[in-house]
Design a protein around this ligand. Structure first.
Ligand SMILES: NC(=O)c1ccc[n+]([C@@H]2O[C@H](COP(=O)([O-])OP(=O)(O)OC[C@H]3O[C@@H](n4cnc5c(N)ncnc54)[C@H](O)[C@@H]3O)[C@@H](O)[C@H]2O)c1
Length: 311
């Protein structure tokens, strides 16, 4: 299949692209390299450097790439930046997505897979693990902009018959992770501890997230090529992991002897989240395959290798 991945030079998009190429798909990537890296781009992918909020540039990309499927990962994905620069956040995440959807309709794209966020659309949860029917109460501009695109997908499906699947990601960690993303703490702690430096825990370390390994998220994208039409799927492990537990698990792997530094909690961050995976199990056939410590072992191996290249 001819697949266009937006944000394919980034953490999750590049891992998805590698896997799709391994499965024999013809891959194009559009990315402005604002937070992604050229070194993440698979050799076999056609690369277009363009901003998704530039309508003319996107039109040209679609005309050359002629995609059958679009996997949409490009985004302003920094929660804190979204509160500081809400207009920029909305321009990339909402306007950029509308421009893409317009092109999908014009070019008769068969399906769109959208990387949404279960970590930011529900806000402070009323029950855990949160399922797809949990009330939507985002407490960041990022959560609002990511969720808004879900409405547009429904509308474009309703009005123009555009097929889509929405994947609500948990906090995704693993090789190539961006420290500014929703699970950035794993990358930051791994890099600091491998460098012999103590990581900082903001608050008492009890804040929890649903950390899911990127390889499992890649599998969900693969399954969504053929399944889950018109559906919204939470891709959680259903397990909460606290920041303190991240430190403890990393320390069990690294045996660094380091102690964390504790600093005051930061405002605007939710205290707890974890997501169900029952619907994704039933309708996509998806299950997370990695436990947190298995995923962390692979992540640490990646950062060890990265550090050795730097030395
Ligand atoms: N990492 C997580 O834990 C997580 C959780 C939930 C949802 N998501 C979603 O997954 C997607 C990928 O996130 P990631 O963690 O891989 O982040 P990332 O920053 O590594 O990847 C995003 C990519 O999009 C590109 N990009 C940004 N703005 C662009 C623009 N205007 N035009 C073209 N390209 C642009 C960046 O250069 C980057 O390569 C995002 O849509 C994010 O909202 C991530």
């Amino acid at each position: 299949m001819k697949i266009l991945i937006t944000g394919g030079a980034g953490f999750i998009g590049s891992n998805v692209a590698d896997r799709m190429i391994a499965e024999g798909h013809e891959m194009s990537i559009v990315d402005d390299l604002s937070t992604g890296f050229e070194e993440n781009l698979p050799e076999k992918a056609a690369f277009y450097r363009a901003d998704i909020s530039d309508g003319n540039a996107i039109k040209a990309v679609f005309e050359t790439a002629q995609p059958e499927v679009v996997i949409h990962h490009a985004a302003q994905m920094d929660v804190r930046r979204s509160t500081q620069e809400p207009v920029f956040d909305a321009t990339v995440n909402i306007i950029g997505s509308i421009l893409l959807l317009e092109e999908c309709v014009r070019m008769k794209v068969k399906k769109v897979i959208y990387a949404s966020t279960g970590g930011a659309v529900y806000g402070e949860t009323q029950y855990l693990p949160a399922d797809e029917n949990h009330p939507i109460n985002p407490i960041s501009q990022y959560g609002i902009s990511k969720h808004t695109v879900e409405h547009y997908l429904y509308l474009y499906g309703y009005n123009y018959g555009l097929k889509y699947t929405i994947l609500r990601y948990p906090n995704v960690y693993g090789p190539r992770q961006n420290p500014h993303g929703e699970a950035g703490v794993v990358a930051i702690f791994s890099e600091r501890m491998l460098d012999g430096k103590s990581p900082t825990i903001f608050g008492d370390g009890s804040q929890s997230r649903d950390y899911t390994f990127v390889g499992d998220i890649v599998e969900a994208n693969l399954l969504a090529l053929e399944r889950g039409e018109g559906g919204i799927y939470n891709l959680g492990t259903g397990v909460e992991t606290s920041v303190q537990q991240i430190f403890d698990t990393l320390e069990a792997i690294l045996k660094s002897g380091l102690k964390p530094i504790y600093a005051p909690a930061r405002l605007g961050e939710i205290q707890r989240i974890c997501l169900t995976n029952e619907k994704a199990g039933k309708e996509l056939g998806w299950q997370p395959a990695h436990t947190f410590s298995q995923g962390l072992e692979k992540t640490v191996a990646f950062y060890k290798e990265k550090l050795s290249r730097r030395l």
